[in-house]
Design a protein around this ligand. Structure first.
Ligand code: NAD
Length: 475
């Protein structure tokens, strides 16, 4: 078992250090201080993970789905008993507030349970007509890659669905935030998962992904992360025709119409955007506001952003903690500088806090030139751009003017405008007068450069099944 700050690999049913003895330092983003280490997998560790996953496939896929599901529900109960300690570890290595980290674990537990409760139903054969039926089968070993922004909930969404479907899964969780993978795998271990059905590795991301996807043993690639890396992995997966589920970046617009209650819209947008320093793939990044309310909206948004209390993630008074790593601070500096050089006005923020750790102030930019990087590159941080629009056509065009297609948001009380916007916005998910994270029972997927396939809900579990068509002349 891993101890609280020296995280190990889980391969073939036991915890181990990396084969070459290598490990990586963990940095607390709130202080920029090192506090722990995570093991680095060697090529032979990865071979062991592949061999044990393949060896467990037949037995696990033939285990009654009811038992697979019951194991997930037991794991959920075990994890529920560890939320306090797991959330504290997550908050320390990643910077989100303690209450956000607990909220994330609550959603991860819901996802474990949901997949557990659905396993039997979704593994059952179902008829097409009297002579044909579909028999869902586990598709094979899954390689899952998860990022540092939601390491608990995103890991569970992949691992629980794969296990429910009868597939062994090797999880490569983010090296900067290893604790969530460890707590989740420990809960599965304590719930009685057989050796090989779940593996957990960390290390050199490109070496690990090339090694795992280079093996014909792996049948599904499930990746959440940037579009650039997603494309690289899908290219490697093409060689072995591994099925891909790619949950990639976004650049999400919010369109605010003049009939909206401005103060409600401002608080909903600001809360969802800034609670985790804007580091959610579906966090709003560009706001388009009807010109008649633009000044009022901008003034209230700036006021709200200025009131956000930035501080240590474990301080209950903190609204927004640090960014997760130094790379994100560099990106915020670069995006702000570029926008300003092209004429943008910094309404508030735009600076790093002068204290140890990776703190960036909530930033609102107006008058942003269309060619600014911040309008094209996913900001993945606490930066919002705001611009006025005159007609609904202009708002739709502006909202869709991105290569991404993950999430779009609309604020209006008019049913006609709501309907038109839902039809016209090109994104995987449209939310009306509402901003919330994903839930266990609904499929979520991107379009355009935000990826393909679904995670969550029935479709999220089906991603790990082959639907075998059985034709019979017997009836
Ligand atoms: P990064 O590209 O260095 O790393 C992003 C994540 O991808 C990390 O978890 C990393 O371990 C993983 N990764 C990198 N190379 C990989 C490879 N070859 N194989 C497998 N995994 C690999 O970027 P960053 O500075 O850490 O984060 C910023 C970028 O990452 C942004 O573009 C953002 O969109 C994206 N990101 C997206 C999500 C999401 O939920 N969609 C989450 C985190 C990061």
């Amino acid at each position: 078992m891993s101890d609280s700050t020296n995280y190990k690999l889980f391969i073939n049913g036991s915890w181990r250090s990396g084969g070459n003895g290598a490990d990586l330092a963990l940095i607390n983003p709130a202080t920029a201080q090192q506090f722990g280490r995570v093991a680095v997998a060697s090529a032979s560790d990865l071979d062991d993970a592949l061999t044990s996953a393949q060896a467990s496939l037949q037995r696990w896929s033939n285990t009654p789905a009811r038992e697979r599901g019951a194991l997930l529900v037991r794991a959920a109960q075990i994890l529920r008993g560890k939320v306090e300690i797991a959330a504290a570890a997550l908050s320390k290595e990643q910077g989100k507030t303690l209450s956000d980290a607990k909220g994330e674990y609550t959603r991860a537990i819901e996802s474990l349970e949901w997949n557990g409760l659905q396993a039997k139903k979704l593994s059952a054969p179902f008829p097409i007509d009297q002579k044909r039926m579909i028999v869902p089968e586990a598709i094979g070993v899954v390689a899952a890659f998860t990022p540092w922004n939601y390491p608990a909930v995103l890991s569970v969404r992949k691992v629980a669905a794969a296990i429910a479907a009868g597939c062994p899964v090797i999880l490569k969780a983010a090296e900067e935030t290893p604790s969530a993978g460890v707590y989740i795998v420990e809960a599965l271990e304590q719930a009685g998962i057989p050796s090989g059905v779940v593996g957990l590795v960390f290390g050199n991301p490109s070496m690990i992904s090339e090694h795992l996807l280079g093996s014909p043993v792996v049948r599904v690639l499930s990746f959440t992360g940037s579009t650039q890396i997603g494309k690289q992995l899908a290219t490697i997966a093409a060689n072995n025709l591994q099925r891909c589920v790619l949950e990639l970046g976004g650049h999400s617009p919010v369109v605010v119409f003049e009939d909206t209650d401005v103060s409600k819209a401002v608080s909903a947008i600001s809360e969802y955007k800034f609670k985790f320093a804007g580091q959610s793939c579906n966090a709003p990044s560009r706001i388009l506001v009807a010109r008649s309310i633009y000044r009022d909206f901008l003034a209230r948004l700036v006021q709200t952003a200025k009131r956000i209390r930035i501080g240590l993630p474990d301080d209950p008074e903190t609204d927004m903690g640090p960014m997760a790593n130094a790379r994100r601070i560099e990106a915020m500096e670069r995006l702000t500088k570029d926008a300003v050089a092209r004429g943008a006005r910094v309404e508030t923020g735009g600076t790093r806090l002068d204290r140890p750790g990776f703190y960036w102030t909530p930033t609102i930019l107006s008058n942003v030139h269309p060619e600014s990087q911040v309008l094209h590159e996913e900001p993945f941080g606490p930066i919002l751009t705001v611009a006025p629009f005159d007609t609904i056509e202009e708002a739709i065009e502006g909202a869709n003017d991105t290569e991404y297609g993950l999430a779009s948001y609309v604020f209006t009380d008019s049913p006609d405008i709501q309907q038109r916007m839902v039809r016209s916005l090109s994104a995987g998910a449209i939310s009306v007068n509402y901003l919330k994270g994903v839930s266990a029972d609904a499929p979520v997927g991107g379009i355009k450069q935000s990826g393909y396939g679904y995670e969550g809900g029935v479709e999220g579990l089906r991603a790990f099944q082959h639907l075998k068509l059985v034709n019979s002349a017997n009836v």
